[in-house]
Design a binder for this molecule. Structure first.
Ligand code: DC
Length: 225
């Protein structure tokens, strides 16, 4: 079967995962959250003591990374991605993990490893994959490409509300700073920087409902199918 790929790239907290999940549900595709993979590796590095203040023990992380694995749970329909055989949740979305993840995602050996895993994980028929480099690097031949943008304050408010609802003690200014710092690091890194693929459709999700953006995405997909 030909693999159908829909790439959803964009800045932090622009609604990529919500929209990608909804697209995948309607199309009967598998949703792949590549941010989960970079976050899982960052969490793993933190827990194993490879991250100290500003310093990353790259050799130790590189060696350990090759003993890790990503796989799918067998729970149908809500198939979950597993890291080292177990599911992860809110522990990957803390401000601590968020403050390391762009540094980890800037390492060439981490990106090579995860891009390879992403291509393997996507051999499932149809996938909606969200991230930063899906339409440019992971699947430059993707069938459809979307690139999401939104005002930083609106994105920080979304993240702040999300983390507060989960009971995390957070300060809005810290979240805003993290969103702006990650945008900067993700779009200026040397390897696979966040940028819009030339053939991607850019959508601004500031103050636009999920339903309205989905309509726009489906009308693009239907017009070319
Ligand atoms: O989508 P997210 O906010 O959970 O992603 C977390 C970080 O992972 C993001 O700041 C940059 C990195 N990332 C990346 O570099 N490439 C991807 N394909 C996905 C995420």
């Amino acid at each position: 079967m030909k693999t159908s790929v829909i790439a959803v790239d964009g800045y932090a907290s622009t609604g990529k995962s919500t929209l990608s999940k909804r697209l995948a549900d309607v199309l009967g595709f598998t949703y792949i959250d590549t941010g989960f993979m970079y976050r899982a590796v960052s969490y793993f590095a933190l827990k194993n003591g490879f991250l100290k203040e500003e310093y990353i023990q790259e050799d130790a992380l590189k060696e350990a990374l090759h003993k890790t694995s990503f796989s799918w749970s067998k729970d149908i329909p809500s198939k979950l991605m597993l890291f080292n055989g177990r599911p992860y949740g809110d522990e990957l979305r803390t401000l601590e993990v968020s403050s390391w993840v762009s540094k980890i995602a800037g390492l060439g050996f981490v990106r090579d490893h995860l891009v390879h895993q992403q291509r393997i994980l996507s051999q499932l028929g149809g996938v909606v994959m969200d991230g930063r480099d899906i339409g440019t690097v992971v699947f430059p031949e993707a069938d459809f490409k979307f690139f999401l943008v939104a005002d930083a304050e609106v994105r920080a408010t979304r993240r702040f509300d999300e983390l507060k609802a989960k009971g995390e003690k957070v300060v809005y200014q810290d979240i805003l700073k993290n969103v702006i710092d990650r945008d900067h690091q993700d779009s200026t890194r040397l390897i696979s920087p966040l940028k819009k693929a030339e053939d991607a459709l850019e959508i601004d999700t500031t103050n636009v409902s999920v339903e309205t953006v989905l309509e726009q995405m489906f009308s693009t997909i239907n017009s070319k199918s």
